[in-house]
Design a protein around this ligand. Structure first.
Ligand code: CO
Length: 150
């Protein structure tokens, strides 16, 4: 296991579209392990592979209710709206208020390649939407109002 260097805003990689993962390979498992370790080390609630320089559709999230690892995640359903303050490990020292769906149903592969469906609300729903945005080159500062440097 290893902690990756987190890429910061200004680096073009963060603006690229990540590619679908065709199948789970040892490299993908290693990526998942190292992303989780990097996320916990940085005290983040989520991480997307492009943030560590890997343009693949892979995310990790832990909003306090356990580790979620998803490959090729997609949002199946969204419900309601909620505004809350967000930050991002790739945009250090910055926060902003972002309107997100209050609840989402997300599906993707787990590390065995099995489809996993997650019904999330609150911070978990927010983190999933934020990380899936990263896979399409979208940063929270593109959506935020009241952006503040802290
Ligand atoms: Co982020």
């Amino acid at each position: 296991m290893a902690v990756y260097k987190i890429i910061e805003v200004g680096n073009k990689i963060l603006r690229d579209h990540a590619k679908k993962v065709p199948k789970i390979t040892p490299n993908i498992l290693k990526l998942l392990d190292n992303m989780a370790e990097t996320m916990y080390d940085a005290k983040g609630v989520g991480l997307a592979a492009p943030q560590v320089g890997v343009l693949k559709r892979v995310i990790t999230v832990d909003a306090g209710d356990g580790l979620i690892e998803l490959v090729n995640p997609i949002i199946l359903k969204s419900e309601g709206h909620e505004t809350d303050n967000e930050g991002c490990l790739s945009v250090p020292g910055t926060t902003g208020d972002v309107i997100r769906a209050a609840k989402v149903e997300v599906s993707g592969w787990d590390r065995t390649g099995a489809e996993r469906v997650i019904n999330a609300s609150g911070l978990q729903a927010r983190a999933l939407q934020h990380e899936i945005d990263h896979l399409d080159g979208v940063l929270f500062i593109d959506r935020a109002i009241n952006i503040k440097k802290i």
